[in-house]
Design a protein around this ligand. Structure first.
Ligand code: ZN
Length: 122
């Protein structure tokens, strides 16, 4: 990737404060709040290039909502319905004891789980 000024600014926002989960829209709003004029197209393209380079991981949550995770390793997530927030599921993670029989000719490449949460009703 060519390090243009716009890409460097996006990289700073993405990687400058630890692990993040952002949607293209969140990143677009953030970068433009900072006074920088960067188009939605540039934000999308940069995120997809970073994904292809293995620096971020794309996570589809539901109905076309896509997050980009600055931690590209395999890990599970919580998604908070109604707040549109994606959080890392830390700790021992999920115990998937019984894997169903797989289609013939296939093996498990990885298991990415998203546990959907909602606030308890009091
Ligand atoms: Zn994550």
């Amino acid at each position: 990737m060519k390090p243009t000024r716009q890409r460097l600014r996006l990289g700073e926002l993405l990687f400058g404060r630890g692990g993040r989960h952002v949607t293209p829209d969140m990143l677009y709003r953030e970068v433009n709040e900072g006074g920088e004029a960067i188009s939605r197209g540039t934000v999308y393209n940069t995120l997809h290039e970073l994904t292809r380079a293995g620096l971020v991981r794309q996570i589809g949550v539901r109905g076309g909502m896509t997050f980009f995770d600055t931690n590209p390793s395999t890990h599970h997530h919580y998604f908070i319905d109604g707040e549109d927030r994606l959080l890392d599921l830390d700790g021992p993670g999920l115990d998937i004891a019984a894997m169903p029989e797989l289609p013939a000719g296939y093996e498990v490449a990885r298991v990415d789980a998203i546990v959907h949460l909602r606030r308890k009703r009091s």
